[in-house]
Design a protein. Structure first.
Length: 189
């Protein structure tokens, strides 16, 4: 259970690992940042289990890097999801004009899950009657907040990836250049 909530090697090392993987992708800084932003956007939707897929689809549509979108979805994790869910629910409710002072109770009628298996249409109607009032505002708030956070992510990631790629390119070029001493000694022999 601890491994799901806290990385074995600590957050700092895990974040550094993900960052190095993102910066080393073979794509332009724009494509990497756009993919990362698409993944961030997807993490703000209430569709748990589909964030990788949604991030990849958004990245493909926008012309971003699909692998970078997978890394961008790491913004949503067991520590951040409660904050994301509260923020998206409240923002979506505000946008939709819902009274958020009402007590939120998720109570499924008896046999809802059995009905999902034996009477799928009726079961899904029951299921949606309970989750719809939660998922709808979370979806609306998720699109708004995901767009804002994804945009911020793009603005932050693009220059950092560009700087890393420039440093790496400069290092590789300097390694390939023969030193003048080696060239002179080989000419004199």
């Amino acid at each position: 259970m601890r491994g799901w909530l806290w990385p074995r090697r600590g957050w700092r090392r895990s974040v550094a690992y993900v960052w190095h993987r993102v910066t080393r992708l073979s794509a332009s800084p724009h494509e990497i940042a756009l993919g990362f932003a698409a993944g961030m956007f997807a993490s703000f939707t209430p569709f748990m289990g589909f964030h990788f897929l949604l991030g990849a689809i958004v990245a493909l549509v926008l012309g971003g890097n699909v692998l970078a979108s997978a890394f961008g979805t790491f913004i949503g994790n067991p520590l951040t999801f409660p904050l994301i869910w509260i923020a998206t629910y409240n923002l979506g409710g505000l946008v939709l004009g819902h009274d958020l002072r009402e007590k939120l109770v998720l109570k499924f009628p008896d046999n809802t899950f059995a009905n999902l298996l034996h009477h799928p249409l009726y079961g899904w109607q029951e299921f949606w009657s309970v989750l719809g009032p939660v998922v709808t505002p979370m979806s609306v708030g998720g699109v708004v907040l995901g767009t804002v956070m994804g945009s911020i992510g793009y603005v932050l990631v693009r220059p950092m990836v560009a700087a890393y790629q420039n440093r790496r390119r400069t290092r590789l070029v300097s390694r390939k250049k023969p030193t003048s001493n080696v060239a002179e000694s080989s000419n004199s022999s």
